[in-house]
Design a binder for this molecule. Structure first.
Ligand SMILES: Cc1cc2nc3c(=O)[nH]c(=O)nc-3n(C[C@H](O)[C@H](O)[C@H](O)COP(=O)(O)OP(=O)(O)OC[C@H]3O[C@@H](n4cnc5c(N)ncnc54)[C@H](O)[C@@H]3O)c2cc1C
Length: 437
């Protein structure tokens, strides 16, 4: 059987179905052929496929959504954001991400991560990013994606062997759903994870990343070509990323910078993480929300003191920088309630960014899920023994490497300015540990 053929299924439990309006915003239509009440929840007729609700419609949520859809599940993704925001991130596709796209990407066009995933999941086509493909090629009524809907709670009903999920809409109203499988793909700050690991800390690693984007055309002609790393207990990574409407041609791209700075907990960190509304954010301040005083008093002076002329130019020409703190959080298990609830991606383990491999992690979790379920799609109980160990091992492996690189860079005692190969050698040492199979 190829990856793209749909397997046959045993009749399975409940399903809810939704329709969207033409702008893909949520217009919720619950389709019932018969209704009954189960514990105050709405229950619907039995249909021929398992159902999955995915909380979080970013990278890992979408990768798992694609896998489940191809396995024949009816899948619904709830994403709390109301818009797709460019994180300005240059995401490096690693081994498993590449493998994922090789197996599951039907568009076979240039990969624009989020939009390629959406095209393959629910046939959503974003002009400029995904071209030359008809939505009909991938459109499927078993895949729905809703923005502006936050999963606020879930609970397992052991009698029904199903998960009750409550979703809050933008207007504050709530809807209740039932699914066979609940996938928590909520990222590092996951609230659903809290149910299983109350109080699990997401700890500050002691440093943060100032980040931003500059149109390439705003830079001096040679800057993009000659950008170099500047290493003095901080490091800056600069890379070209697609510009407006996915443009990848020279001169039309954006220059993206990620610049790590050690800032101990205290007044300066509080200042950097306080947005224009005076709110102290826990982990990040988005582009456009950083006060100009922070830019002028905390970012620019550091840039002048530490960065090479090319990196400095990028930082100084960034109109709306943003900041993300680097944190550590890793859960010790990923499967709950006999396989009816799973944690994936950063919700399971928010590794530090230095491995540039968290998308790999999302792909690893999704690919393993496919391999585990493809022989018996309806047997979720096998996930604990067959999917969880490898997923946890890979996440732990990434987390350890990321922490080692970050600690070496920010806190290590090493002559960076003398021996520029040292971080590479350190990375190679860590890589000798070998990737888990
Ligand atoms: C500085 C930096 C650089 C990075 N560079 C790279 C790189 O080069 N390569 C790489 O592979 N990775 C990189 N990463 C990491 C990568 O961006 C993340 O690992 C990846 O986005 C994780 O995907 P995720 O889907 O698990 O979580 P997220 O992307 O965090 O997505 C979680 C989603 O869930 C939604 N959500 C949360 N709670 C709810 C709820 N209750 N209901 C509904 N929706 C909810 C959120 O709105 C969000 O959209 C970098 C990260 C940082 C900080």
């Amino acid at each position: 059987m190829s990856f793209y053929e749909r397997p046959e299924h045993e009749p399975c439990v409940f399903y809810n179905s939704w329709k969207t309006d033409s702008s893909n915003n949520a217009v919720l239509l619950l389709l019932f052929t018969a209704t009954s009440t189960i514990g105050g929840e709405m229950a619907v007729d039995k249909k021929d496929a398992l159902t999955a609700i995915i909380s979080g419609g970013s990278l890992s949520g979408l990768m798992v959504a694609i896998v489940l859809k191809r396995l024949g599940f009816r899948v619904t993704v709830f994403e709390r954001s109301t818009t797709v925001q460019s994180q300005g991130a240059g995401i490096v596709l690693g081994k498993w991400s590449t493998a994922f796209f090789q197996e599951f990407d039907k568009t076979k066009t240039e990969i624009a991560l989020y939009y390629t995933l959406r095209a393959n999941y629910d046939g959503f086509i974003k002009e400029g990013y995904i071209n030359d493909i008809s939505a009909a090629a991938v459109k499927d009524d078993r895949a729905e994606y809703f923005m502006g809907k936050t999963v606020v709670s879930h609970s397992y009903d052991s009698h029904l062997k199903a998960v009750n999920v409550t979703v809050r809409n933008g207007d504050g109203s709530e809807d209740h759903f039932v699914a066979d499988l609940f996938v928590c793909a909520e990222g590092g700050s996951s609230s659903s994870r809290e149910i299983y690991f109350p109080g699990l800390p997401r700890t500050y690693a002691g440093y943060l990343a100032f980040r931003g984007l500059v149109p390439e055309k705003d830079l001096e002609p040679d800057t993009a070509k000659t950008l170099i790393h500047s290493l003095s207990r901080s490091f800056s990574t600069n890379l070209a990323v697609p510009g407006p409407n996915g443009a990848t041609t020279v001169g039309n791209r954006h220059m993206n910078f990620v610049w790590y700075n050690t800032i101990p907990e205290g007044a300066v960190l509080d200042k950097v993480l306080t947005d224009i509304n005076g709110k102290r954010r826990p982990f990040s301040v988005s582009a456009g929300y950083m006060p100009q005083s922070v830019v002028e008093e905390e970012i620019h002076p550091r840039a002048f003191a530490k960065l090479s002329p090319q990196c400095l130019e990028v930082v100084m020409k960034t109109k709306h920088p943003f900041v993300q703190v680097v944190t550590d959080v890793i859960a010790s298990s990923a499967v709950f309630h006999d396989g009816h609830v799973i944690l994936v991606g950063d919700a399971l383990s928010g590794a530090r960014p230095h491995t540039t491999a968290s998308t790999n992690q999302a792909a690893d979790h999704a690919l393993r899920l496919f391999l585990t379920l493809k022989t018996n799609t309806c047997d979720l109980s096998g996930l604990k023994a067959e999917w969880e160990p490898g997923s946890l091992q890979y996440s732990k492996y990434l987390w350890e490497i990321g922490a080692a690189i970050g600690n070496l860079s920010q806190f290590g005692d090493h002559p960076m300015n003398v021996d520029r190969q040292m971080p590479h050698r350190a990375l190679e040492e860590w890589m000798k540990v070998g990737e888990p199979k």
